[in-house]
Design a protein around this ligand. Structure first.
Ligand SMILES: NC(=O)C1=CN([C@@H]2O[C@H](COP(=O)(O)OP(=O)(O)OC[C@H]3O[C@@H](n4cnc5c(N)ncnc54)[C@H](OP(=O)(O)O)[C@@H]3O)[C@@H](O)[C@H]2O)[C@@H](O)CC1
Ligand SMILES: Nc1ncnc2c1ncn2[C@@H]1O[C@H](COP(=O)(O)OP(=O)(O)O)[C@@H](O)[C@H]1O
Length: 310
């Protein structure tokens, strides 16, 4: 049975940490994003810029060398790392001094043999919070071996499918036209045993209610966002937001709920400015700082606690 709650700005106001005056970039976390196969450098740019605009202290991007020039022009604050270095780090070799607080895999990665090898190495060797989006989800859907590794992942898994990706991930589960989004989110949690973010209008964030990962599933419905966000790359932005919040010390569950609300709130600010037709994913990135600022500084004195929906 699924319990339902709503994610509001007030929920997120309570979750976001306030910064100490003495904080430094190392305290704000290191997010590693793997994104952007050939022709998809844009997906990497969007995820990386979203991570930086959501407060990650350092954002690293692992992407083909052919993308470096684009990345270092569009996101000069990000650090490009090559896969060999990351692989050595995961294997406990090499001289990479950075400890990544979170890894996000997938935007524009493609489903090539090398993308598959990378995801396999991460699932088998990393044990921190792992966000899997886009082509990472497509790889899980088409490779039973990777699904098995994901089901047994030793860290916390955050999957971020839209309905199309969710259907691919749940091909072995009986879905039909009457299957609700709640049922789909619940099926994802039961299959992968992690956090499932089922995107779309009223994004659902779901996980098992108890740490034992049995019994009831809890689902929280996002209250922000608008149809203007139905535009290519908007999901890549969400991946960067969630990675940044996790890197900054929110638990994956809190980062998932806060991330979808902030992402939608930034989309709402972008729609206020540009309308829903001409809104593009980069506009959402640009509004992230304002959305976060508004939520941190909102006045919640005297508000009733209205999170529980049913
Ligand atoms: N600038 C860049 O580099 C960008 C790179 N990007 C990257 O490209 C990669 C592949 O992205 P993609 O859009 O080709 O694949 P995907 O989203 O699976 O759609 C395929 C089919 O799935 C369906 N479908 C989609 N959404 C659905 C929904 N909500 N609900 C239900 N069904 C839905 C729909 O099928 P239809 O309904 O049309 O039959 C659609 O035709 C990915 O890695 C991404 O990160 C993009 O982010 C753009 C910017
Ligand atoms: N009608 C809508 N209302 C609210 N949010 C939406 C709507 N359509 C799309 N979104 C949001 O925009 C994002 C789209 O992500 P996704 O489908 O993965 O796009 P892409 O793969 O192009 O990056 C998701 O976060 C989704 O929740």
């Amino acid at each position: 049975m699924t319990e339902n709650y709503e994610i509001t700005k007030k929920t997120v106001h309570k979750l976001l940490p306030r910064r100490s005056p003495y904080i430094h970039k190392g305290d704000c976390g290191r997010a590693l994003i793997l994104a952007g196969a050939s022709g998809m450098a844009g997906a990497a740019v969007l995820a990386v810029r979203a991570s930086m605009r959501s407060g990650a202290g350092l954002t690293y991007i692992c992407t083909p060398k052919a993308n470096y020039q684009v990345l270092q022009t569009a996101a000069p604050e990000a650090i490009c790392v090559d896969w060999d270095r990351v692989a050595d780090k995961l294997a406990g070799r090499g001289n990479d001094p950075w400890n990544y607080d979170v890894i996000a895999f997938g935007p524009g990665m493609g489903v090539s043999a090398s993308a598959r090898r990378m995801l396999k190495a991460i699932l088998l060797s990393y044990d921190g919070p792992l966000v899997i989006d886009a082509d990472g989800l497509n790889l899980l859907a088409r490779e039973p071996e990777l699904t098995g590794f994901a089901q047994n992942y030793s860290g916390e898994l955050i999957l971020t499918p839209h309905v199309g990706e969710a259907k691919r991930l749940l091909e072995d589960v009986n879905l039909d036209q009457t299957t609700s989004r709640e049922e789909m989110a619940e099926a994802l949690v039961r299959k992968f045993r992690g956090i499932a973010i089922l995107k779309g209008a009223g994004t659902l964030v779901a996980r098992y209610s108890s740490a034992l990962k049995t019994g009831a599933v809890t689902a929280w419905r996002n209250t922000s966002g608008n149809p203007g966000m139905a535009t290519g790359g908007a999901g890549d932005v969400l991946t960067g937001v969630i990675a940044a919040l996790t890197a900054q010390g929110l638990s994956p569950w809190d980062a998932a709920r806060a991330g979808v609300l902030i992402h939608g709130a930034a989309g709402d600010l972008a729609a206020d400015d540009k309308g829903e037709y001409g809104l593009i994913a980069s506009d959402i990135v640009e509004e992230l700082p304002y959305a976060i600022d508004e939520i941190i500084n909102m006045d919640v004195t005297g508000d009733e606690d209205e999170e529980r929906k049913s």
